[in-house]
Design a protein around this ligand. Sequence first.
Ligand code: V47
Ligand code: SF4
Length: 397
Amino acid sequence: MDTASKLQVLLNDPHLSPELKNIAQKVYNNKRITFDEGVLLYEKGELAYLGTLANYIREKRHGNHTYFNRNFHIEPTNLCVYDCKFCSYSRLIKERSEGWEYTMDEMFDIIKKYDGEPVTEVHIVGGVLPQYDVAFYSELFTRIKKHRPGLHVKALTPVEYHYIFKKAKIDYATGMKLMKEAGLESIPGGGAEIFHPEIREQIAKDKCTGDQWLAIHEEWHKLGMRSNATMLYGHIEQYKHRVDHMEQLRQLQDRTGGFQTFIPLKFRNQDNQMSHVPETTVVEDLRNYAIARIYLDNFDHIKAYWAMISRTTAQLSLNFGVDDIDGTLDDTTKIYSMAGAEEQHPAMSTKQLVELIKQVGRYPIERDTLYNVITDYNDFEFPDEVKPQFYKLPVIN
Ligand code: V47
Ligand code: SF4
């Protein structure tokens, strides 16, 4: 049965409450749901119901296509002037012996390690320290682009930008323009956490506020540039805070259209100041992806970051609204392994990523950062392939 017929079954289900039926009807008619309806989905939407709605939207937008890219990360330092309660990664400056602080040349050596490799993106993000300032990052971006013009520089979050622009005494508009001129091409989604001050004050005090995070993305979008957005969920926030977070993103997206992807980030509780807070279940993770897909009707893509949620949950998520599972990574990020994620050395070859996607009947598409198609792997055969049994989903036109 195709996804539209499944949605019709729901619409005719005499046991479904009128409120949930009304939301299903809105999804079918391509109508936006309200804040209260978002909260209702979290409170009352069962997994199968949410999956039917989210998968309908996902397949209408993307069919079976599932995106990934070939990327690597550079994490300049794990020392940080801030002290976010959920962060397992940051070692405060007083614990300097456990930290690293790459120099410009050390970072550039990482870039050069990938010379000749078919990666398309470098994702740069880490802790905040005074020596990494406007001049430092401008020089780094310029050097990368000069060395390898085709490598997309996706770097830093409003947490770093707010800090370095304040130090340089320049406003956001001037700062983002400078970064663009230096070679920055997009902004990753980090630092968003939960925008609502009731929660942000408790988990991420002192760093940029939700409004400042949004303002920096807005300035970047005004320059005609693209960015991502995340939400750190499953800790002390309530459902209304998650919906508020998505509402603010939806409103900004209505104004600018500059966001490409929304990435829900599941809170992992190992080795941080919130270790007493239990982690969410896989069912809650899938419900959350599905609600994000339904709520954010003006976002093209919903990404499940496989390094954080495990490969099997990433596969499952592809039936709950997700159409992107991020990249090959090459064991270059420590943010999640240090927080207790299953993947202690996150890296997948292109072949492994392609198989992961094909195993659940989806079509693997290698994309660049801006979602231009690089290779359609659906009918592609790797030279030494021993074919596993793949499940075939029906083709949606
Ligand atoms: O901002 C930190 C999160 C983010 C924990 O844009 C944690 O393509 C869970 O934003 N449990 C950084 N999450 C990573 C990020 C990202 C990742 C992948 C792709 C993209 C993209 C962006 O990691 C931080 C914070 O929200 N984080 N600690 C933790 N214990
Ligand atoms: Fe620093 Fe980022 Fe960790 Fe917060 S989440 S302490 S800003 S590295």
